[in-house]
Write a protein of this length. Structure first.
Length: 197
């Protein structure tokens, strides 16, 4: 994948985001080199995909809600190579489009919760099965990531941690729960540390 628009936008986003929010980055060595993968993690704010674009060198094709493919945001999300998802249904076409992109060597970015977790009753909302399904179908590894902290200009506490790659077996329900449990455990650890400080 060699999208000139993406590369130009990434340069701008990287400079602005890193200057304004100064995120703490952990586990960057867990991102593979010279192979594609799926980034899957918790969703805290609309800035999460912006941060991933700024930090990760590879071109990321995000699964994005279909409403972003209308109006003023349409040329941006299309230009960035995003994949449209109708969140009101089980969007099989979106899954097929993502699988096709993976088979062509793309990197996929996905938030398995499907939306921002605003309830906060649990560390994450239940995960949709798409991430593990596409990983298993294409024999692609998932790189889980965990976002904690808050986005604040010049005083941000935002941290992103990339965890070790996961290979997904044929038991998709189990793998989906294991992925969520791994991310939840990290979020709970971060919360306990912040409470004790």
């Amino acid at each position: 994948m060699n999208n000139l628009f993406y590369r130009i936008v990434r340069l701008i986003v990287r400079f602005l985001f890193l200057s304004l929010f100064r995120p703490r980055i952990k586990g960057i060595e867990n991102i593979p080199k010279n192979e594609n993968y799926i980034l899957a993690g918790n969703h805290t704010k609309w800035l999460d995909p912006v941060m991933l674009v700024a930090i990760v060198k590879d071109e990321i094709h995000f699964l994005a809600k279909d409403s972003l493919f209308k109006g003023i945001t349409k040329p941006i999300v299309k230009g960035m190579g995003a994949i449209s998802v109708n969140r009101k249904i089980h969007d099989h076409q979106a899954l097929e489009n993502a699988i096709d992109a993976l088979r062509k060597g793309a990197v996929i970015g996905i938030f398995p919760e499907g939306t921002i977790n605003r309830e906060k009753k649990e560390p994450t909302l239940p995960f949709k099965i798409g991430a593990v399904k596409m990983a298993n179908t294409t024999n692609t590894k998932i790189i889980p990531f965990v976002i904690t902290g808050k986005y604040k200009v010049f005083s941000s506490t935002i941290t992103i941690e990339f965890l070790k790659p996961r290979t997904i077996s044929n038991n998709l329900d189990l793998e989906n729960e294991k992925l969520r449990d791994e991310i939840n455990k990290k979020l709970e650890e971060k919360y306990e540390c912040s409470q004790s400080n």
